[in-house]
Design a protein around this ligand. Sequence first.
Ligand SMILES: [Zn+2]
Length: 463
Amino acid sequence: MTTLSAETPAKPPLQAQQSARTPRIGVSTSYWCEYAWLGDGVTSRVRFGEQDGVITAVETGVDPGGGDVPLPGVVLPGFANAHSHAFHRALRGRTHAGGGTFWTWRQRMYTLADGLDPDRYRQLATAVYAEMALAGVTCVGEFHYLHHGPDGVAYADPNAMGEALRDAARTAGIRLTLLDTCYLTGGFGRPLEGPQRRFGDGDADRWATRFDALRPDATTRIGAAIHSVRAVPPEQIPAVVAGADGRPLHVHVSEQPTENDECMATYAATPAQLLHDHGALGPATTAVHATHLSAADIALLGSDGTAACFCPTTERDLADGIGPARLLADAGVPLALGSDQHAIVDLLEEARALEMHERLASRQRGRFTPAELVAALTTSGHTSLGWPEAGRLAVGAPCDLVAIRLDTPRTAGVDPGQVVLAGTAPDVATVVCGGVMIVKDGVHMLGDVGRLLGEAIDVLEES
Ligand SMILES: [Zn+2]
């Protein structure tokens, strides 16, 4: 870690840098793809026409033309990272000495949260979202609960921290669903303490008042979140559901057995049952993790039309366990994916882990088809985040393209239709979001993302 002296001039905040996301009215481009993922599999020699950020034409079996932007390899639709806590990225590679548990990891995370203000949050999140873009992410769902200043005192703009995230996603060139989170208690029947006080609004009505001031824009949509049944008492849940008003509603569900045990002891119900009983499940809702579910919980999520977001690299990092992904899918639950605490930012790895963790748990291969894994990365993830028009390569969809090379040491010889089982983030060569090329030849438009991340984390070290 470098240490800045008092005389070192501060770098300008990233939002002051010019974003490459300029309006694209009247601009058109054509892309020629060696292979592209159309529907449930790959098609060769595909041209996409694009105008104003939207796909306007799809031609198959065509040769490249002189005016086409060539995209070698396989082109998938843009990936949705449906569960992110951007600031957790600063804990990567720092929590492994001495073991510990989910709960000791959480304490480290609270200490980190204490050092953030809107400028530092913007700087860190911009770098994290750029790292996501390099991995093919064109839309992120930020499960945002770090709302207020030290000791829980509101900023002059009570949404200053959420607005910092909006700026960050825009600067990194990706779309954002800001899942503004209601977080009221530090556990079942426990008040918020220490850094947790920055998360709380007092009650769900005051959360809703602050939430109502958030506005969508061209690249930002607004959703809500209930942190968990640990953090929102059941009598407060209906006000959050009403505040969400049909927009995406996310909630952490049964990540740890302790949560289930305490919920059962306090309310004689599982978290899923408690959420159902208070109107929080349904087609707009996504249950995040959904790791430790009963058979009745799985049936309930399916019958309510609730989605689930698995975060496999986080769930293994935090020793959460392996959730019942196949059983949920069979119950009709759409599956999305998230990198959550960003121990790894590689959405292809998240998708692959959905299958691989199932193999370890079931001792069977082929639990998910490649098409199901791609759907989790793309269509299901975007629907969970309130962008149902995105995540597919079709006329009328946003022009979000992720080109994965098939000539790297990792991907040479790979069947293009199975690239999701072999490709990794470093194999992503080109990313187009809304018609803007935000990653070219493996380089993000902001430049050296490793340096941006290092600088943002160094600033936190000094606080
Ligand atoms: Zn989370």
